[in-house]
Ligand binder design. Structure first.
Ligand SMILES: [Zn+2]
Length: 155
């Protein structure tokens, strides 16, 4: 019973962050229909039916978006290093840190979830520019132009 309670609490936390119902279902095992209903109760509107992006590359279409994703990746790395919690808790901590440190950031929780998966799977990689020491996110762009966005050198 405790486990069920924890899963329900987690589901509500995730829905509060506007996580996509599919993701919440995957993380908690709670039926989609019930999650949709709860989402409506929390937000007064139905959850969007848009699909989840397949990879980080689909999220970095322009320079601003790339910057958003990179800032989140830094928050996620910090949270992962410190964390003794489960993966989804770490992701929530990282997302809250991102929102706090960068309030104008446009990245949504479900996008952050995709980025976190790609970091864990080592599909993308956070690194530092050897010249100016700015954070760079490697293999994260569609055109694979691996350039530092600050000093513009090729990486
Ligand atoms: Zn640089």
């Amino acid at each position: 019973m405790l486990k069920k309670y924890q899963q329900q609490t987690l589901a509500i936390e995730l829905l509060n962050l506007h996580a996509k119902v599919k993701i919440v279902h995957q993380e908690t095992g709670i039926p989609i229909k019930l999650l949709r209903q709860t989402y409506r109760q929390l937000h007064g509107q139905s959850p969007s039916r848009g699909s989840i992006k397949f990879s980080t590359r689909g999220l970095t279409g322009n320079h601003c978006k790339y910057k958003d994703v990179t800032i989140f990746a830094v928050c996620f790395q910090v949270a992962s290093t410190k964390s003794t919690e489960g993966e989804i808790q770490t992701l929530m901590t990282a997302f809250n840190a991102y929102k706090k440190s960068y309030p104008s950031g446009q990245l949504k929780f479900s996008d952050a979830w995709v980025v976190a998966q790609d970091i864990k799977d080592k599909k993308i990689q956070l690194s530092k520019c050897p010249q100016c020491r700015s954070w760079v996110l490697l293999k994260a762009r569609e055109d694979l132009s691996e350039r530092c966005s600050v000093c513009r050198i090729h990486l």
